[in-house]
Design a protein around this ligand. Structure first.
Ligand SMILES: [Zn+2]
Length: 127
């Protein structure tokens, strides 16, 4: 019985440590992007950001400068996808013309939506 409890608390401690490590990594990436504009690679994965409690990605359109907060848990990509790989598939709806669109810049990760909803083209709308 005692061994079970010890194993359980050790596992909980390990999970907490993993969450904290994910948060630290996501936070460091976010600070680098916001403060220095990158480099975007390497970056944490979608799963790491979500586990670390930073589930929102703030992006800015390079052309019209509109910003949006995107919920990472709604992006239908494998959870082990690095965040930087999303950049190429994010497009500003108001600037998009057919298949071409100006590039989007990733700003930072946040724990909650910080910007009013804005209609963007999310990766899952592409095939
Ligand atoms: Zn735009």
């Amino acid at each position: 019985m005692g061994a079970d409890i010890r194993a359980k608390s050790a596992r909980e401690a390990a999970e907490k440590a993993a969450r904290e490590a994910d948060r630290a990594e996501a936070k460091a990436w976010s600070v680098r992007m916001e403060g220095y504009g990158g480099p975007a690679q390497p970056s944490p994965t979608i799963a790491q950001c979500l586990r670390g409690g930073l589930g929102w990605l703030e992006v800015e359109c390079n052309r019209c400068k509109a910003r949006a907060s995107l919920p990472l848990d709604a992006i239908r990509r494998p959870r082990d996808t690095p965040i930087w790989k999303l950049e190429a598939s994010l497009k500003c709806r108001s600037c998009r013309k057919g298949r071409s669109a100006p590039p989007v810049r990733m700003i930072k990760l946040t724990g909650a939506r910080e910007i009013t909803p804005y209609r963007w083209v999310h990766p899952e709308e592409e095939r």
